[in-house]
Write a new protein. Structure first.
Length: 192
């Protein structure tokens, strides 16, 4: 578990990575003397919001790279490579709030009957991944409470994110994963 000081460090790292890249095209490097917890391989998503509207969100659900490196990569990608949005301009950067979600490793949610999935999901704690063949969709843990979703709606919206029909989670061939996240929001560190 990371603490609030770690969260503030990650937010500042993400902001610095974005600002540096937007100004010069350079990718910053993670500090070598960072504490051990920040060098662990962990999944990470960086979310950018402008006026409380999504402006970019990119991440790695699996622990592929060390945390600091992943924050740098995903922050830059959220600002420049999210296909749903135009690349962030340096002027817009000042208006964007950064959120860093550090994820646990996804685990298969096992049930005897797909109708039991909603009973096994805790809204606000669990994020979801739904997978069928080459289709895969992910929603972070904060998405359900921020959009007043119950477990069934959360499952259905994850199906849609995967490019599948909204009831795909009832199919025995679908694999459902859950994961948890520590969410650090820039707004929580302002005026400290």
């Amino acid at each position: 578990m990371l603490n609030e000081k770690d969260g503030e460090f990650l937010i500042n790292l993400a902001k610095n990575a974005i600002k540096t890249y937007l100004k010069s095209g350079e990718v910053i490097f993670a500090t070598e003397n960072a504490k051990k917890d920040l060098k662990e391989k962990l999944g990470v998503f960086v979310t950018l919001n402008k006026n409380q509207q999504l402006k970019g969100c990119i991440g790695y659900p699996e622990p592929v790279y060390p945390l600091l490196d992943t924050v740098i990569k995903t922050a830059i990608s959220a600002a420049t490579d999210d296909p749903r949005f135009n690349k962030l301009s340096i002027d817009e950067f000042e208006e964007v709030e950064v959120e860093v979600s550090v994820l646990t490793k996804p685990e298969i949610l096992r049930v005897n009957n797909p109708k039991d999935y909603p009973n096994e999901i805790v809204i606000g704690r669990d994020g979801l991944i739904i997978e069928l063949g080459y289709n895969r969709g992910l929603l972070l843990p904060q998405v359900a409470p921020e959009n007043d979703m119950n477990s069934e709606t959360f499952l259905s919206q994850t199906c849609l994110k995967a490019g599948l029909n909204y009831e795909c989670w009832l199919n025995n061939e679908v694999t459902v994963y859950t994961f948890q996240g520590q969410i650090f929001k820039e707004e929580n560190y302002k005026n400290k």
